[in-house]
Design a protein around this ligand. Structure first.
Ligand SMILES: [Zn+2]
Length: 413
């Protein structure tokens, strides 16, 4: 059964927040210690997850701080190591070069997780429909903003409390129960939870918050593929060597496909977890001119698959995915709406009507978001210009390396 992760903004009282952060810091030390213990053991005699759970008591005797957090959460931190080791192995199988698990410094480890219902409580009766209260073992009670339905405690399989680098806390509730969250009602959606996504020319995606995510570099894989294909052309068609080589070609091709899919999964999951509304261009009608300069680019991008995935995940996570008319998104001014034609090599939008200037892709992403919100009817009467839904400042452009998406699973910090 598929796992659904529902993410909620959490509001911790000061004392609870400082206790939670203190414990997360100890969990980080436990994790580091367990990783060291793992790699220091003889290769043929590495401890199992179970072994290390058992060692916890000994470690806690030696370092009393290790006994401070919930010992269940400490076990979870150790279990995470084994999940990470598996991920590393999978990535290795998918052809990535991966190293070992790293020691983590302060602030690099930011969450605590529980996976037994006896470790948490959910209180729906707060008297305020916008909030639900959550209690975590050894941490205490705090509020979460219930933008979507919060499942009852017994339907939750895992709770992860995380402090983002922005200082904001989030609680993720993982459930396997067939539980399709309702999409938030359009008039309750806040502008900051909406995003427009321009599908790449110079980057893979460019968002209306000015985050640009790189295209995955597959040049090595393509070189390999071309080489194997050339070798195949030299073999006698139908011979045993030809057959062997044909399989190598197929393998090289599969590797490219897997990497692209893995990448698309990570980006789409991040988008639906991060936002309530995601607006993208409807690609079927996107002019060929703008879908990338060469066939290779186009193949990598596989945009229609990306949009399909996005729509599918939007359904799982209760996120509105709006596909909008793509015509003119780069020409239109996101501030005043006047259209100005510009050739593809002009990277900046500069409006002759209102003087607004910004990056071409950012302007396009904002237009896409405007159209998506209009389509959804998100909280704006006809008399209110849709533009007021957008922040008036231009956020600093943040460029994200594709590698960060592959490794961290998302372009977010
Ligand atoms: Zn303008």
């Amino acid at each position: 059964m598929a796992k659904h992760t529902l993410r909620f903004r959490a509001y911790l009282p000061d004392d609870v927040a400082s206790e939670a952060w203190h414990q997360i810091n100890i969990l980080r030390q436990i994790r580091n210690h367990a990783i060291r213990d793992y790699y220091n053991s003889d290769y043929n005699d590495r401890p199992s997850e179970y072994d290390q759970h058992g060692k916890l008591t000994t470690w806690a005797d030696q370092w009393p701080t290790f006994a401070e957090p919930s010992q269940h959460a400490a076990q979870q931190a150790i279990s995470q190591i084994y999940a990470d080791l598996e991920t590393l192995q999978e990535r290795r199988n998918n052809g990535y070069n991966v190293g070992r698990l790293q020691w983590q410094g302060a602030g690099e480890f930011r969450s605590v997780s529980y996976n037994q219902p006896s470790r948490w409580n959910v209180d729906h009766n707060t008297g305020d429909g916008r909030f639900v209260r959550l209690r975590l073992e050894k941490i205490g009670w705090f509020k979460i903003r219930a933008e979507r339905d919060v499942p009852p405690a017994e339907d939750i399989d895992e709770v992860i409390l995380k402090k983002e680098t922005t200082g904001e806390w989030y609680a993720s509730l993982v459930t396997t129960v067939e539980y399709t969250p309702e999409k938030p009602s359009p008039d309750e959606i806040e502008p900051k939870d909406c995003v427009g996504v321009d599908l790449g020319i110079t980057s893979y995606i460019h968002t209306s918050e000015n985050l640009s995510v790189d295209t995955l570099d597959l040049s090595d894989e393509y070189d390999r593929y071309a080489r194997e294909q050339r070798n195949l052309d030299r073999k006698e068609h139908g011979s045993a060597n030809w057959e062997k080589q044909r399989r190598k070609v197929a393998r090289a091709k599969r590797k490219i496909k897997r990497k692209v899919r893995d990448y698309q999964h990570k980006l789409t999951t991040w988008l639906v977890q991060e936002y309530d509304v995601v607006a993208v261009e409807d690609l079927d009608v996107k002019p060929m001119l703008e879908t990338g300069q060469n066939a290779k680019n186009k193949q990598d991008a596989a945009w229609s698959r990306f949009i399909e995935l996005l729509e599918y995940k939007g359904g799982l996570h209760g996120t509105h995915v709006e596909t909008v008319e793509p015509r003119g998104t780069t020409k239109e001014c996101s501030v005043c709406g006047v259209e100005t034609a510009k050739p593809i090599w002009v990277r900046e939008h500069s409006c002759p009507a209102c003087g607004h200037t910004e990056d071409r892709d950012l302007n396009a992403a904002k237009n896409i978001l405007n159209r998506g919100l209009k389509q959804l009817g998100a909280g704006h009467s006809e008399s209110t210009p849709v533009q007021t839904a957008l922040p008036t400042f231009t956020p600093q452009r943040e460029a994200v390396d594709a590698k960060r998406v592959v490794e961290a699973g998302s372009p977010g910090a």
